[in-house]
Design a binder for this molecule. Structure first.
Ligand SMILES: *Cc1c(COP(=O)(O)O)cnc(C)c1O
Length: 403
């Protein structure tokens, strides 16, 4: 919990009430996760072996054939695309992101485009967008639109987990893709909790699923999970690991060279630039074990009680209306408080208040996902014990409550 290091660097730690956002440093790690990372930091280990051991665990808890620890869900998407494009073709691995002459198109419903689909393109893929957005209704994709976009150039179909009204659901997308022999890549980065979602997308037909390690799982900020089909996970490993190897001494020589499955060891692939250290691999496994062993309903209830203190503290504030977001209030997802601000009464914009909080002392990060409603969001999953009182006090101060 020491912040001495940050202070020596002239950097102030923040109180993070925004959730596990990468730009705010993710989330504080549980002591046992931090301890596991510190222990891993002390001794070297063969990364291929450690990845395989971690992969077996990831496969076991997700029901997948194989698993891999990535540098985050975004890196997982890039690796997934690379695996779908190159398979076990060493020459193709060597060429990416140059996909000239390779099957490299990834079909995606427009409603599933996010800021993270860039990560798919990073491998050299071209996104082929299908479906409508907007009028009439909330947008729609028809199964035939996906099907008609599939050609000899298609390498995969991508799917983003989450609410996208009108889009073709995953089981149907998977049936359709599989009919054409194509794998489905699912971005499930932020789909936890509920913990059942660790298995759900694979059960619904996904071939590769990318999850964040540093969000609800509580693993290292720069960690992620990629699980799915054995051959695709093999391709991921071959394109991700350090490949400064000699054929005669490569630990996987029997598996790939003696059997003739590969023409030779691949060189550093596209994933080499997204390497994962032993600390992240170990930290992720320990965090996931902890996540699976925890009582999520109780954790959500505890977060709710902490957030209630913030709601109560703002009760008398002029131009401020704080309450729980109903959409996240199903007892399984992390509760969120929405603080609606009357900008005329407060004499400042919501954005100015967000900035004041982050630039104040101590800096407090709040969620900006409700800015379009002229509101800020407050989350407890990333608060350390007692920090809810700091958030309440800073909000009261900045909003001039009781002034
Ligand atoms: C957070 C997020 C990502 C990126 O996850 P990292 O683990 O930070 O790389 C990708 N997709 C979605 C939908 C996300 O919410």
């Amino acid at each position: 919990m020491s912040t001495v290091l940050y202070e020596a660097l002239g950097v102030r730690p923040i109180v993070n009430a925004a959730g596990p956002l990468t730009r705010l440093g993710g989330m504080p790690l549980a002591p046992e996760v931090a301890a596991a990372m510190a222990e891993a930091a002390r001794a070297c280990v063969r990364i291929d072996e450690l990845q395989e051991a971690a992969g077996r665990y990831l496969a076991e808890v997700t029901g997948a054939e194989g698993g891999y620890v990535t540098a985050g869900a975004a890196a997982g998407l890039t690796l997934a695309a690379a695996a779908c494009i190159a398979g076990l073709d060493v020459a193709a691995m060597d060429r990416l992101p140059d996909t000239t002459g390779l099957r490299h198109e990834i079909v995606i419903q427009r409603a599933h485009l996010t800021a993270y689909t860039h990560a798919l393109r990073l491998a050299g893929a071209r996104l082929v967008e299908v479906g409508y957005l907007g009028y009439p209704g909330q947008g729609a994709t028809w199964p035939w639109q996906i099907e008609s976009a599939i050609t000899a150039r298609t390498a995969a179909v991508a799917y983003s987990a989450g609410d996208a009204p009108g889009s073709v659901p995953l089981p149907e997308v998977a049936r359709l893709a599989h009919r054409h022999g194509l794998p489905v890549i699912v971005d499930a980065a932020a789909a936890l909790p509920p913990a059942e979602n660790l298995r759900r997308f694979l059960a619904e037909g996904a071939d590769l699923v990318a999850l964040s390690g540093g969000k609800a799982i509580g693993g290292p900020q720069a960690s992620g999970i990629l699980v799915g089909r054995r051959d695709l996970i093999e391709s991921v490993a071959l394109q991700h690991q350090d490949m400064d190897v000699h054929p005669e001494t490569w630990p996987w020589r029997d598996r790939y060279l003696a059997t003739g499955r590969l023409a030779g060891p691949p060189h550093h692939g596209i994933g080499r630039a997204m390497k994962v250290g032993r600390e992240e691999i170990v930290g992720l496994v320990v965090a996931l074990r902890r996540f699976l062993g925890s009582d999520h309903a109780a954790a959500c209830a505890a977060q709710r009680a902490r957030l209630q203190k913030i709601v109560d503290a703002l009760r008398d504030a002029q131009g401020v209306q704080a309450g729980f977001a109903p959409e996240a209030d199903d007892g399984h997802r992390h509760p969120v408080v929405i603080v609606r601000l009357d900008e005329a009464t407060l004499g400042r914009s919501v954005e100015a208040i967000v900035n004041e909080l982050l630039e104040g002392d101590p800096p407090v990060g709040v969620s900006q996902q409700f800015l379009h409603q002229r509101a800020i969001g407050v989350v407890a999953s990333t608060l350390r014990p007692g920090e809810e009182d700091v958030v309440a006090a800073r909000l009261r101060h900045v909003l001039r409550a009781g002034a």
